[in-house]
Design a binder for this molecule. Structure first.
Ligand code: CMX
Length: 433
């Protein structure tokens, strides 16, 4: 058994026992009440899921196993000479609850690189698609094409005890994560670089190699990828991609099937696709105003025009957060150090000054502040990755870390099929007095 699997087994088996005892003594205790508005309002805030890997506070933002993003930037191991955390370290932390050592992270980097390969059938399936198929559609089809390699499914078909589920989920999670940079880079190069693929560089880490295979070898870009792939990894269990992965997985669909389900949710414009929408909207604004250095009045009038058209301002607002997203701030801090002269980045900061006031004045938007998607595109454009329809795939590569670590936990804790109760309007009317 490998060192991470071993440690996960030790930690998870003790938590599983504790959970069993806890349920016996506290199983009937109420921790929430549900209002009619919550039922009609997308189940906002109903406390109804167990999720070990991260927790979202409306004011503080995301904490991974209790650690904020600034803390993780400090604590997690870095690549040689680099300043940004390695996502490998975050995966270790989410799985075990422990900040890994430099050696443990070096092991995980090598382990993912050892497991990486793009199956022949995946290349054939992708090559059969039109090159202008949306990259998220290609991503999901690519994931589905790998499903025949699922160790969990094979073992289930062969007859596996429930106590073994976590082991094969772990194996699938590790293999799938290892393959994602190859899959994602293959999609980028076939769609935007005339199919001229770039071989992996065995000397690099998971993120650095992904950047390299995309065709971006600038050291700063690689650093940004390490940060990017860390901060997008998880946003507790209720967000659409995590919840979908969890729901699909609760039927004992294997990690490939469940993660593909989650990626279909990420591809919606109110969720991950917002990262492409932000930059598309900024490009359209620049085109209309006719300058890369618009005045505040010009920007405000463009924002109002979007709102008057009945559209949302992409990259702003959140279902849970009530402050600027720390994932936005982490990218701003990065950009202040590396790209403060970039016009497109300056526009993102100008929007940060102007959009919240306008949204606040609408009187209905619960959170007028930027979310993670408001900043990422401008940084990618600055480095030359301008094909914004691709951006959600990068988000997806990162999101795999959180939702697959969480799925290992779901199997280790023996969580059952998810099945909430729905009600018709007529039934709800009968229940209220
Ligand atoms: N621009 C304009 N109006 C907005 C808005 C925005 N950015 N954010 C919310 N509103 C509106 C809503 O559309 C809603 O209007 P109606 O009552 O007329 O339908 C009203 O304000 C109340 O919405 P809310 O309770 O504040 O927000 P929700 O929890 O319903 O939705 C979210 C959250 C993210 C879908 C919404 O803020 C939004 O559409 N933002 C833009 C898209 C975006 O950036 N999504 C990415 C989120 C992060 C991620 O998952 O990647």
């Amino acid at each position: 058994m490998d060192i991470l699997k071993q440690r996960f087994q030790e930690v998870a088996s003790s938590v599983a026992q504790e959970a069993k005892d806890f349920l016996k003594s506290h199983g009937d205790q109420k921790i929430d009440q549900v209002t009619v508005s919550q039922v009609f309002g997308g189940m906002r805030g109903i406390k109804s899921m167990l999720w070990e890997t991260s927790e979202l506070d409306p004011e503080e933002g995301i904490r991974f196993r209790g650690y904020s993003i600034p803390k993780l930037r400090e604590l997690l191991p870095k690549w040689k000479g680099g300043k940004e955390p390695l996502p490998e370290g975050l995966f270790w932390l989410m799985l075990t609850g422990e900040v890994p050592t430099q050696e443990q992270v070096a092991w995980l980097t090598a382990e993912w690189r050892r497991r990486e390969q793009l199956p022949e059938q995946t290349i054939k399936v992708l090559d059969a698609l039109a090159v202008d198929t949306h990259p998220m559609t290609q991503f999901v089809i690519g994931l589905m094409s790998m499903q025949p390699d699922s160790r969990f499914s094979a073992q289930y078909a062969a007859g596996m005890a429930k106590s073994e589920y976590w082991e094969y989920t772990y194996e699938d999670a590790m293999n799938l994560i290892a393959r994602l940079p190859l899959l994602a880079a293959y999609i980028y190069r076939r769609s935007f670089a005339n199919g001229q693929h770039i071989a992996p560089d065995t000397r690099l880490d998971w993120s650095g190699n992904y950047a390299h295979m995309l065709g971006f070898d600038q050291p700063d870009f690689k650093s940004y990828m390490r940060l990017y792939l860390t901060i997008h990894a998880d946003h507790e269990g209720g967000n659409a991609s995590a919840h979908t992965t969890h729901l699909v997985g609760s039927t004992l669909s294997d990690p490939y099937l469940s993660f593909a389900g989650g990626m279909n949710a990420l591809a919606g414009p109110l969720h991950g696709l917002a990262n492409q929408e932000v930059i598309k909207w900024i490009f359209e604004m620049i085109d209309e105003i006719g300058t890369m250095q618009p005045t505040d009045d010009q920007v405000a009038s463009y924002i109002n025009q979007t709102l008057d058209g009945g559209k949302v301002i992409p990259g702003y607002g959140h279902a849970v957060l009530r402050q600027p997203d720390p994932r936005f701030i982490a990218q701003k801090v990065f950009a202040e150090e590396y790209l403060h002269e970039s016009d497109i980045v300056k526009i993102v900061w100008q929007l940060f000054d102007i959009v919240p006031g306008i949204l606040q004045d609408l009187g209905k938007v619960k959170n007028p502040w930027p979310n993670v998607d408001a900043h990422s595109g401008a940084i990618l454009v600055h480095y030359g990755l301008k094909e914004y329809v691709y951006y959600t795939v990068m988000f997806g590569v990162s999101r795999a870390l959180g939702v697959l670590a969480a799925q290992c936990w779901s199997r280790a804790l023996g969580l059952p099929l998810e099945r909430p109760k729905s009600l018709s309007f007529a039934a709800i009317k009968k229940m209220v007095h």
